[in-house]
Design a protein around this ligand. Structure first.
Ligand SMILES: [Zn+2]
Ligand SMILES: [Zn+2]
Length: 154
C-alpha cells in the first residue's frame, strides 16, 4: 500500500485519510465476528489512531460496549473505526470504507477452526486455529511503531 489511502462513509459527507500503513490486517472467522458482521468472517485492520485524519465532515462517538466506542459519520452513522480504552494507541478501521481494498495485505487468518467450508484460504498466509500472539506474528516494524506510540502517550 502507498499511503495515504482515502476513504469515505456511505453518504459521502465524511471523508478521511489513512496516513500510514496499517499495523496489521487479519481475518477472524470466529462466531462473534460472523454475527457482528453478518458475514462469513471479520476483516480486522489495526491502525494507529493518529494515522486516521478526518478531511471532511464530523464524527460522532457511540458507545458500543464498556470502554469501546464506534466513531461514525454524524450524517449516515456509518462506522469508520472503533477504539477501546484498553488499547489507547490503536484503532480498528472499517476496511470497507477505504477507496481501494487492493491496498490491504492480509497478514493472518485467525479462528480458522470456525471457517466456512466453502471458503478456500491461500496457502502462503499464516493460519491460526484460534487467536495469535502479536509478538510472533506482526512485522517488527509494526511492533516498534506501536511501542513508540504507547511511549508517546504516557
Ligand atoms: Zn455519512
Ligand atoms: Zn473474531
Amino acid at each position: 500500500m502507498v499511503p495515504p489511502v482515502h476513504g469515505y462513509c456511505k453518504c459521502g459527507d465524511l471523508r478521511f485519510e489513512l496516513k500510514d500503513e496499517p499495523l496489521f490486517v487479519h481475518t477472524c472467522h470466529c462466531l462473534d465476528c460472523k454475527r457482528k458482521t453478518g458475514s462469513s468472517f471479520g476483516l480486522t485492520c489495526i491502525v494507529l489512531q493518529g494515522d486516521i485524519v478526518i478531511t471532511q465532515g464530523t464524527l460522532r462517538k457511540t458507545k458500543i460496549a464498556s470502554g469501546k466506542v464506534a466513531h461514525q459519520c454524524s450524517s449516515c452513522f456509518t462506522t469508520i473505526h472503533r477504539t477501546s480504552r484498553a488499547f489507547p494507541a490503536i484503532a480498528w478501521l472499517q476496511t470497507g470504507c477505504l477507496d481501494d481494498l487492493r491496498c490491504l495485505k492480509i497478514g493472518a487468518h485467525t479462528w480458522v477452526k470456525r471457517k466456512d467450508d466453502w471458503l478456500q484460504l491461500p496457502e502462503d498466509v499464516p493460519q491460526f486455529k484460534e487467536g495469535y500472539d502479536r509478538n510472533g506474528t506482526w512485522p517488527a516494524s509494526s511492533l516498534s511503531r506501536l511501542a513508540k506510540n504507547f511511549k508517546g502517550a504516557t
